[in-house]
Ligand binder design. Sequence first.
Ligand code: SF4
Length: 303
Amino acid sequence: MPNRCNSGVQAQSRSRFFEGKVRLVIAKSAGFCFGVKRAMDIAGEAAQKYPKDLYTLGPLIHNPQAVELLMKLGVKVKDRIEHIPRGTVIFRSHGVFLKDLMKAREKRLRIIDATCPIVKRAQFYANYLHRHGYDLLIVGDSEHPEVEAIRSYIQKRVDVVEDAEAAQKLGPWTKLGIVAQTTQTFSRFKEIVAVCLERTKELRVFNTICHATTLRQMEAVEIAKKVDCMIVIGGYNSGNTQRLASICRESQPHTYHIETAQELHPRWLARREKVGLTAGASTPSWIIKEVALRIRHLKHPRS
Ligand code: SF4
């Protein structure tokens, strides 16, 4: 696996300031999280071991540039298990739907499971609550593959809500269990739990939010408050990057979400003295470095 697949966390080991036309503050948590780095490493090793007929079910991570790199290594993307004729399938860090797991077994595909252990923990608690007779509520995005995967293992109705207002419309319950999509914000999770507490006799809550996500969000907000422009890098299809950008925007209205360095517009940096930089959990370190370099070398217009 080439070095550019390696974690961005290591490369950005501390917040840094670049003296130039603008001062640049890079979040130390920017870039690959543990689960994404693990999935990329697993795919890289698989590409060496099983170079023929190697597939991921859906893009391995929510970053088109990283997926493109994997394709160059021979890792093909198929959206449906039916489209994988033979060979090896890698399940991505978000987890796999029960029906796809069953089909992969039926087809006797070699299975490599790159589900993040923290996502597995959320799956475990959802099943635990279900087995113990609780109605289940997931705090998250109902269309996100991680949430859909959790739901697929529960043979009962599972409600999914993204905000307290939606939770108000549900229930009442007798026994309610709550878990969160791993990349949710803790403040929103707390608000929803508070609403549900008033609508059920018994409540069991497992905080399944990923610590890495919480830290990344907290650090991003701290930086956003101190700079006069914030750049958030990551796939447009990455939920955690979108959330990161929206959290930053609350503190710093001049927040811009980009996927690559080429998208950075010099006008955004006009009259800005201090620029903050963070990136979603699936953003490779080489893209972060390219953006940082471009910011340093851009000619910043006066207005
Ligand atoms: S954000 Fe957390 S839960 Fe999601 S893949 Fe990364 S480490 Fe795992």
